[in-house]
Design a protein around this ligand. Sequence first.
Ligand SMILES: CC(C)(COP(=O)(O)OP(=O)(O)OC[C@H]1O[C@@H](n2cnc3c(N)ncnc32)[C@H](O)[C@@H]1OP(=O)(O)O)[C@@H](O)C(=O)NCCC(=O)NCCS
Length: 174
Amino acid sequence: MNDAMLAIRAARVADAPILCAAERETARVPGRLVSLPDELCEDAFARRIEELASAGSYLVAERDGAIVGHALLERAGPQAALAHVRSLTIVVHPGHTGQGIGTALMRALLDWARANRHVERIELRVRETNAAAIHLYGKCGFTEETRFRHRLKLADGRYLDDIGMACFPRESRP
Ligand SMILES: CC(C)(COP(=O)(O)OP(=O)(O)OC[C@H]1O[C@@H](n2cnc3c(N)ncnc32)[C@H](O)[C@@H]1OP(=O)(O)O)[C@@H](O)C(=O)NCCC(=O)NCCS
């Protein structure tokens, strides 16, 4: 992909409907995002963008003026003891995967984290079948910490494990 065509910028509240629609569509594929399509509402997206975008930890990727992906780091919990931990979400929008957009979003988020001295640990959970995501996270310095056996049960009765991964942006630069 020609990187010159791809821009990474802070999300805006006005982006909420597009980001919400993309997550809804992605969540319909079993074994991708855990959220149910009905749980994803535009108001929740707008609120989260408002909370995070001014600090710079909610990003969108734009190609030729159209949003093609988003990624965010949010606090892992309100507790003071978790203030150094961020939880990662990344979604390259349907039809745009496999073109380097996920890599560009991860690089930009990790640059943000390295520039923010309060962020020491980034964590995530990924389904065991999501080979593209596991590869991307490994490439960006995440390592597997734990496996949540049969954490997901699909509509057809099959189980999937969730893999817990983390990286320490102040300690490593892959
Ligand atoms: C997972 C996701 C973020 C990856 O982003 P992407 O833009 O598709 O990934 P990129 O094009 O940047 O490719 C990243 C790497 O994964 C590799 N890859 C792609 N598909 C793969 C697959 N099925 N198996 C293994 N590796 C794969 C690419 O070759 C590339 O590796 P390289 O840089 O070493 O050559 C994206 O596919 C996505 O958003 N999927 C739907 C939502 C989702 O699953 N989010 C994560 C939930 S935990």
